[in-house]
Ligand binder design. Structure first.
Ligand SMILES: NC(=O)c1ccc[n+]([C@@H]2O[C@H](COP(=O)([O-])OP(=O)(O)OC[C@H]3O[C@@H](n4cnc5c(N)ncnc54)[C@H](OP(=O)(O)O)[C@@H]3O)[C@@H](O)[C@H]2O)c1
Length: 320
C-alpha cells in the first residue's frame, strides 16, 4: 500500500524555530507534493490544557508532529521561574505526546535542549549523557521537564512501538527570536541592546564576564535539520543538532561580531556582578555528522549579520 502524504502539525509554530521551519517548508521546497503543514501558536490551543490539546489534534488529524511548544526563555527568565518552567513544560509535553498516541500519530519529533545536560560532566557532552547527573541550578525546572520527554519517548516505544524521538539543539538564534533584553536568549538580547546603544550613543553593558562559551546555531539551519529528522531519523534516542566543538565561541567573541554587524563602535562594559550561567556545555555533533557529513552550517558571522538586518527591518513587529 502506498504511504499517504504527511500531514504535519508543528506545535510552537509561531516561535523562533517554528518560523524557521515554516520558511524552509514554504521557500526552500521543504514540502513534498500532497503534504500539509500546520503551524500552531498558543492562540490555536493552550497545550497546558488537555481538552484544548485534544481539540486541536481532532481538528487537524496530523500523521506527524514536530513538537516545539515550550515555556522557554533566556538564563534570567529560567532562573526566576523554575516552577513554571517545570510545571508548564511537563503539562505541555505530556498532553502532546499522549494525544499524539491517542490519535494515531505515526511520528513525533520533540525538541530538547543542550542546557538540560548534567552540570558536572566531561566534555564534549553526547546524547548518552542526558540523565547522568543534575542539570545546572539556573534552569533545573525546565531541564527536568525536558528530560522527561526522552523518558516518555522510550516508554511509548516500549509499550506501543511508537516512533517518538527528540532532537537536541544547542543555542539557537535568528529571525523571529525573542529580542527582549531581560527574557530573551543571549545573542538576540545582545543584538537588541547593541542596537539601542548604537541608536542612543550610550555604552553597551553586557551581563556577565563574556567568558562563557556557546555553540550557536542559526535557526534556518536547524529548521532544515529538523525536517530531515522528521523524514529520515529512525532512532528513538535523541540526536544533537549543532555546529561542531571547534565552532564554539565566547560570549565576548559573539558580542564583537554583533558590534561589527551593527557598526557599533561605542564603549563596551562587562557587568561581572551578573550571573554567567554555565561556563560551557560543549556538545558533540559526531552523531549528526555520521548521518549528515555533508551538511553545511551558515558561518556564525554571516548568520549574525542576517539576524541583525532582520531585526532592524522588522523592529516594529519583533519581540522586544
Ligand atoms: N531558542 C533556543 O536557543 C533553543 C535551544 C534549544 C532548544 N530549544 C527548544 O526549541 C523549541 C522552540 O523554541 P523557540 O526558541 O522557537 O521558542 P519561542 O520562540 O519562545 O517559541 C515558543 C513557542 O511555543 C509556543 N507556546 C508557548 N507556550 C505555549 C502553550 N502553553 N501552548 C501552546 N503553545 C505554546 C509559543 O506560542 P505563542 O507564540 O503563541 O506564544 C511559541 O510558538 C522549544 O522546545 C525549546 O525548548 C530552543
Amino acid at each position: 500500500m502506498e504511504a499517504r502524504p504527511m500531514r504535519v502539525l508543528v506545535t510552537g509554530g509561531s516561535g523562533l524555530l517554528g518560523k524557521a521551519i515554516e520558511h524552509v517548508v514554504a521557500l526552500e521546497a521543504g514540502k513534498l507534493e500532497g503534504e500539509q503543514w500546520i503551524f500552531l501558536s498558543s492562540k490555536d490551543a493552550n497545550l497546558t490544557d488537555l481538552g484544548q490539546t485534544r481539540a486541536v489534534f481532532e481538528k487537524y488529524r496530523p500523521t506527524h508532529v514536530i513538537h516545539l511548544a515550550a515555556k522557554v526563555g533566556g538564563l534570567y527568565l529560567h532562573m526566576r521561574e523554575n516552577l513554571w518552567g517545570s510545571r508548564d513544560n511537563l503539562k505541555i509535553n505530556d498532553n502532546v505526546l499522549q494525544t499524539a498516541h491517542e490519535t494515531g500519530v505515526t511520528k513525533v519529533v520533540s525538541c530538547l535542549s543542550s542546557c538540560i545536560f548534567p552540570d558536572k560532566t566531561t566534555y564534549p557532552i553526547n546524547e548518552t549523557m542526558i540523565h547522568d547527573g543534575p542539570p545546572h541550578d539556573s534552569n533545573f525546572g525546565y531541564s527536568h521537564a525536558k528530560r522527561m520527554i526522552d523518558v516518555q519517548n522510550r516508554a511509548y516505544f516500549q509499550q506501543y512501538g511508537h516512533h517518538y524521538t527528540a532532537v537536541i539543539p544547542t543555542n539557537v538564534f535568528g529571525p523571529y527570536d525573542n529580542f527582549n533584553t531581560e527574557n530573551g536568549h543571549v545573542l538576540s538580547a545582545l543584538i537588541n541592546k547593541t542596537y539601542t546603544a548604537q541608536k542612543e550613543g550610550t555604552p553597551l553593558t553586557v551581563c556577565g564576564s563574556g567568558a562563557p562559551r556557546r555553540q550557536f546555531v542559526y535557526s534556518l539551519d536547524l529548521g532544515r535539520l529538523i525536517i530531515w529528522a522528521l523524514r529520515e531519523y529512525e532512532e528513538i534516542s535523541p540526536i544533537i543538532l549543532s555546529v561542531g566543538e571547534d565552532d564554539e565561541v565566547s560570549i565576548k567573541e559573539a558580542v564583537d561580531m554583533i558590534a561589527e554587524a551593527l557598526n557599533f563602535e561605542g564603549q563596551m562594559n562587562y557587568d561581572t556582578t551578573m550571573s554567567d550561567g554555565q561556563m560551557k556545555k560543549t556538545a558533540s555533533n559526531a552523531k549528526l555528522r555520521s548521518y549528515r557529513p555533508d551538511f553545511t552550517f551558515t558561518p556564525l558571522k554571516e548568520a549574525i549579520k542576517m539576524t541583525c538586518d532582520w531585526f532592524i527591518t522588522n523592529y516594529d513587529k519583533a519581540r522586544t
